[in-house]
Design a protein around this ligand. Structure first.
Ligand SMILES: Cc1cc2nc3c(=O)[nH]c(=O)nc-3n(C[C@H](O)[C@H](O)[C@H](O)COP(=O)(O)O)c2cc1C
Length: 358
């Protein structure tokens, strides 16, 4: 019934739908629910330790016999630059004062570590069916070890050049991430945000440029979007934003309220929250300091000085300094359990595809 079965056959899932990995807001509970609905669940490992990643996958394995995707960032780490950090903290000084926070008090460094030896050992131990990367691929030796486990390797491309590079360097599946997508841009061969194509332009051009199956991501939040992705030549979809309002997500109450009120014009791409461009619902920090600031420290260090502000504002029920990562289709979000949402997405897509072919 699906126009193209490449992803269903590869992943052995009921539907060609991937619950997008979303660091900080997805844990085992949402992965289990999405898998029960027929999607491939993704465990975001960028902000957790290897031990926690093992624990999460073990919980999932105990509850469902479905394939699992473990997701990692693989950026090249950059040491924090003390001068840049001090300047950034000075820029945030007025907010520290407003919230009564001592700027001299020690703060925990932002925690987004790239895929490393410890995580690779966990992959070798747990053997997830799928491993996905954001920001390219890890170094050859680590990638070879991942591939030796038999895992299907996926990574995000934001332009055709990245898709071709990923295929040439060992990716089995390309996630074509259009500019509409929520969260960090997976860009790694370009830094020009203005050049980033949208999903409608990107997907068919990536499909033409590579032989491996392509998963469309960005702005897909209902059956119409899924049917459109297949019409563009994709073999599957990765959906993040549409799952944020599921009761199983770890989105906080105030952030949930902000997402519920957001519409098509609410999101922007910003670098002020972490140092790397990412799309989210505009908050006070993004509006007043950005959305793009040349002074933001390199990823992930911009997040360090924002940490105490985020905590203080959240205590007041405010999301002024909280990452409200979400894509341009946030307004299509539904408050619905993830298994039910997954089945609804698939049913709607199939109905739409049938209607179009009839
Ligand atoms: C809150 C949030 C966090 C995200 N975190 C990650 C992540 O940790 N790793 C990753 O590869 N992609 C991440 N993404 C991207 C999603 O996996 C997915 O590709 C994207 O959400 C698809 O576009 P959509 O938001 O329009 O559905 C994140 C997206 C959001 C909205």
């Amino acid at each position: 019934m699906w126009p193209n079965r490449r992803i269903i056959d590869l992943f052995k899932t009921e539907f060609p739908i991937v619950l997008g990995p979303m660091a900080g807001v997805v844990d085992a509970e949402l992965v289990i629910a999405a898998a029960q609905g027929g999607a491939l669940g993704s465990v975001p490992c960028a902000m957790i330790t290897a031990e926690k990643a093992r624990e999460q996958v073990n919980i999932i394995r105990q509850r469902v016999s479905a394939p699992v995707n473990m997701n990692f960032f693989c950026h090249t780490p950059v040491e924090a630059d003390p001068a840049c950090e001090a300047g950034w903290k000075a820029r945030l000084g007025e907010y520290y004062k407003e919230h009564g926070i001592d700027p001299a008090a020690p703060i925990a460094a932002a925690n987004r570590a790239p895929f490393d030896e410890a995580m690779c050992a966990v992959v070798e131990e747990l053997k997830p069916e799928v491993v996905s990367f954001h920001f390219g691929l890890p170094e050859r030796a680590l990638l070879d070890r991942v591939k030796a486990t038999g895992a299907i390797v996926m990574s995000s491309a934001t332009i055709v050049k990245e898709a071709v590079w990923l295929e040439q360097n060992g990716a089995d599946v390309i996630i074509a991430q259009g500019a509409e997508a929520g969260g960090h841009r997976g860009m790694f061969l370009t830094e020009n945000i203005a050049e980033q194509p949208g999903t409608f332009a990107l997907v068919p051009q990536v499909v033409d440029a590579v032989k491996v199956p392509v998963i469309a991501a960005g702005g897909i939040a209902d059956g119409r979007g899924i049917a459109a992705a297949f019409a563009l030549g994709a073999s599957g979809v990765q959906i993040g934003t549409a799952y944020l309002r599921c009761p199983e997500s770890k989105v906080s109450g105030p952030a949930r309220a902000a997402l519920a009120q957001a519409d098509d014009a609410s999101t922007v791409i910003t670098n002020v929250m972490t140092g790397r461009p990412a799309r989210g619902v505009a908050n006070r920090a993004m509006r007043e300091i950005g959305p793009i600031s040349p002074h933001a420290p390199a990823f992930p260090h911009a997040a360090t000085a924002l940490g105490p502000l985020k905590a203080a504002a959240e205590k007041l029920g405010k999301v002024d300094f909280t990452n409200l990562w979400a894509g341009q289709a946030v307004g299509l979000g539904r408050e619905m359990p993830a298994a039910e949402l997954t089945r609804a997405l698939a049913d709607e897509a199939l109905a739409r595809l049938r209607a179009l072919s009839g």
